[in-house]
Design a protein around this ligand. Structure first.
Ligand code: LLP
Length: 432
């Protein structure tokens, strides 16, 4: 096993993903190639579905955050597993709808939804619009009235949490483009306006503290602040929310020195804290919604590349260049995100060739990993980057007019092309 149970090495000395030889997958589908182990995705869906229900109470559900990985087949899987979904654009809504996803199970997010987005969401019968601010509330009221509809909403509230310091740095994170802040008092006016809008049905609140968080303190802090807010709203307006949506953000192990995460324990501990706080504030327990994205799909994914140039800059470093890079995985260029890289063709050999894994764009910052170590790579070897299921395909671009790779699903039923490879003709499809 390498990092996660579905990454291993076979007798041929090749990396396997979900038990399938990565080198043979690269031969069959070409590279670069995104792989996703859908049995691993389903296992995470079931873990979340069962644990959220037992930890937070019967009506509580996970809503998969499609921004982590979005294509029709995945929405079909999420629907089959009985999760709700978080969509953040009309493109994600369209994908979910086209996959036959039950739209009443969708939470529609975004800090700047256009009138067109809001009208489209109502037409599709989206379950809840998560309203981000006062003028969006006014726009939704107007659009719902025009359609003779009543829009169910949550309000996006800023609790003022900085997950990276694990402290409540109120002034820091209140300054955000998302939501309305409790600390400034604006969240209370927001609730008042929502309660007064005749074509709006207020079902509760949403907050989101951040992403790639390894322990539960930021979540329990957020829960505490949101429940204290709830108690205050109840006292002021006599209103009690049905839903408390605490957003996404659970971390994932990308490299050996990341901690392992016990998701069941974390969720169970959060649930116990939630119960305790509801009792403390004298509140009936709202249904809790969590919006995991990364932790559902990241570990299930890997990307395969073909090694091209292997170059040593004498006195400096080794550059191993692959046939992909920042267009299919911009996360190192954007955030210096760390990844585990493996020479999939020589996975049983010692990883003792220190190198920088470079992409093929015309840009020095186009790197996937620095300070990597690979079994001595040769032109034509297959290089795997592990744990790329989240925020890789969904963040891919056509920079340098490079077509996007296909997505191949792996499961006990075999391999399936879920998204085909973009062609050069596809790149011209919009050019008039
Ligand atoms: N809900 C809301 C409202 C969010 O803003 C996000 C992520 C999630 C749920 C899902 O969070 P997760 O469970 O995936 O952490 N591109 C960045 C990540 C940006 C996350 C933005 N919001 C990356 O590649 O690390």
């Amino acid at each position: 096993m390498i990092l996660h149970p579905h990454f291993d090495v076979n007798e041929a000395g090749h990396l396997t993903v979900a038990g399938v030889d990565a080198v043979s997958l690269a031969e069959k589908y070409g590279t670069p190639l995104y792989l996703i182990d859908t049995d691993a995705v389903r296992a995470m869906c079931r873990l979340y579905k069962n644990t959220v229900k037992t930890a937070f109470g019967g009506a509580s559900v996970p809503a998969y955050a499609g921004k982590a990985l979005c294509y029709k087949g995945l929405y079909r899987l999420i629907a089959e597993e009985g999760l709700s979904a978080d969509c953040v654009s009309s493109g994600e809504l369209y994908t979910a709808h086209s996959a036959g996803f039950p739209m009443e199970r969708v939470f529609f997010h975004g800090n700047n939804k256009t009138d067109e987005d809001l009208a489209y969401a109502l037409e599709l019968g989206v379950g809840h619009v998560v309203v981000d601010g006062t003028d969006e509330l006014e726009a939704l009221e107007r659009i719902a009235a025009e359609k003779g509809a009543r829009a169910k909403i949550l309000l996006r509230i800023t609790p003022g949490i900085d997950p990276h310091t694990h402290k409540k740095i109120v002034t820091g994170s209140v300054d955000s483009k998302f939501g309305m802040a409790i600390a400034t008092g604006q969240a209370f006016d927001f609730v008042k306006a929502a309660l007064a809008a005749p074509h709006i049905e207020l079902d509760g609140w949403h907050c989101h503290v951040g992403s790639q968080i390894f322990d539960i303190d930021p979540f329990t802090d957020a829960c505490d602040i949101m429940l204290a807010f709830t108690a205050r709203v109840k006292a002021l307006f006599g209103y009690t929310p049905k839903i408390l949506n605490l957003g996404g953000g659970m971390g994932v192990r990308y490299v050996e020195d990341d901690p392992g995460i016990d998701y069941v324990k974390n969720l169970t501990d959060m649930g116990a804290e939630f119960d305790r706080m509801c009792a403390l504030y004298g509140l009936e327990k709202p249904a809790v919604v969590l919006e995991p994205g990364r932790s559902i799909v990241a570990a299930a994914g890997a990307t395969l590349y073909t090694c091209g140039s292997v170059k040593t800059v004498t006195g400096f470093r080794n550059y191993v260049s692959i046939d992909g890079g920042m267009p299919d995985n911009p996360r190192y260029a954007l955030y210096q995100s760390r990844y585990t890289v493996v020479n999939a063709s020589r996975a049983a050999e010692k990883s003792d060739f220190p190198c920088t894994l470079a992409g093929r764009c015309c840009e020095s910052g186009d790197l996937i990993a620095e300070d990597a170590a690979l079994a001595q790579p040769k032109r034509g070897d297959i290089i795997a980057v592990l744990v790329t299921g989240a925020y890789n395909y969904s963040m891919a671009s056509n920079y340098n007019r490079i077509p996007r790779p296909p997505v191949v699903e792996l499961s006990s039923e075999g391999d399936r092309l879920a998204v085909r490879r973009e062609t050069r003709e596809d790149l011209l499809a919009l050019d008039l």
